[in-house]
Design a protein around this ligand. Structure first.
Ligand SMILES: [Ca+2]
Ligand SMILES: [Ca+2]
Ligand SMILES: [Ca+2]
Length: 367
């Protein structure tokens, strides 16, 4: 069999990646660079930074074409351009190990335990409070993904039949829009940790443990989505939550009811009513619009894999809440492309939303 240099590079790299994922000896697992892979990525996306993909703008969200990280933000600990992993733990805990440089690469576990914005009353002698997701993105000349940008990606995904999959038939995607499910990524808590991505976009169930009995045969754990411009994005649903640059007042968040009563307090809700009279659904979007959370007017429910919202219905407290999107590896059936959680602070201090919430940066393409 003839193996090209490019393929050889890939094989070598694939082995490296597997070894990195399994090895537990060193404190930080360093990914090894692969020159053939770097060249390929640079020529393919000339207008976007390495590891970013182009997303077509959408007038519904007043967005113009932008670049987004193809992968969740990773930590490039040794500065070689590839994400690295801690030897222990289910993600890159930025509280324990502040990251010197973020990167979008398949390699490495996503950065978590990081705040949305910098603390207002930053502790002078605690350096770990100095870097928020916003600051990490801005420090590289980018910005934290906005909710409008997230929704531009999400709407693009659900408007392509390539992302509607039959949950029972192996590799059967390309159904009619609104039929089957939109996959919800690595979200079934098995394995109980975040995952690095594969450099092979076709390995869409990489490390999910569902390659033979869940992902390919039930579509639901597939980690990749294809945009209408044929770009592939990894883990926009599942793996770790994606914080977006949007904060609202607690009292302005949506409210839920079911067939019998209005809900007070925290819980998960559908975006639209289902057949189950006990199921909570939104009846009031507060200061948000339906289009901030889902594709309005479709009446899609979580039965289609598109997710739910966790929120405090008719709260009796004040303050601020931040939006996180997509769900994590622990979200099970609540994960989905429109999944949203509204989380109370402290998301602006002590760096720690939680160990299942990461982020992604975006930037204007260079002409
Ligand atoms: Ca590295
Ligand atoms: Ca799994
Ligand atoms: Ca994610």
């Amino acid at each position: 069999m003839l193996i090209t240099v490019g393929e050889l590079g890939y094989l070598v790299y694939f082995k490296t990646q597997n070894r990195d994922y399994r090895e537990k000896a060193d404190e930080i697992l360093i990914s090894e660079p692969n020159p053939s892979f770097i060249k390929k990525e640079e020529s393919k996306a000339a207008k976007c930074p390495a590891g970013f993909i182009l997303v077509p703008g959408d007038s519904s969200y007043k967005t113009v074409d932008f670049c987004v990280m193809k992968y969740e933000a990773k930590c490039d600990f040794n500065g070689d351009g590839f994400g690295d992993s801690p030897s222990k733990g289910e993600s890159w805990n930025n509280l324990k190990k502040p990251c010197p440089k973020i990167v979008s690469s398949a390699e490495g576990l996503p950065i978590t335990n990081i705040s949305l914005t910098d603390s207002i009353s930053k502790l002078k002698n605690d350096e770990s409070t100095e870097a928020s997701a916003k600051k990490y993105c801005e420090g590289s000349g980018w910005h934290l993904l906005t909710n409008d940008e997230y929704m531009t990606i999400a709407k693009n995904i659900v408007e392509s039949d390539k992302n509607w999959c039959n949950p029972q038939v192996p590799d059967k995607c390309g159904l009619e829009i609104g039929k089957g499910v939109v996959p919800s990524g690595h979200s079934n808590d098995k394995p109980d940790k975040a995952l690095p991505a594969s450099i092979d976009d076709n390995d869409s169930c990489y490390l999910t443990g569902d390659a033979t009995d869940g992902c390919r045969s039930n579509g639901a754990q597939k980690r990749t989505f294809v945009l209408k411009n044929n770009e592939i994005i990894w883990d926009i649903v599942g793996n770790v939550w994606e914080m977006v640059d949007l904060v609202i007042n607690v009292e302005n968040q949506p409210s839920a009811k079911n067939a019998f009563e209005l809900r007070t307090g925290w819980g998960w809700s559908e975006f639209y009513p289902t057949d189950d009279p006990n199921e909570w659904f939104l009846f009031d979007y507060g200061s948000l619009k339906p289009s901030d959370l889902t594709v309005s007017g479709t009446n899609w429910t979580s039965a289609l894999g598109i997710g739910k919202i966790s929120h405090n219905s008719r709260p009796n407290v004040t303050g601020k809440v931040a939006l996180i999107r997509g769900g994590s590896w622990t979200s099970i059936s609540n994960a989905g492309i429109f999944t949203t959680a509204l989380i109370m602070g402290p998301y602006d201090n002590l760096l720690n939303i939680n160990n299942t919430t990461g982020f992604r940066c975006a930037v204007k393409p260079s002409i």
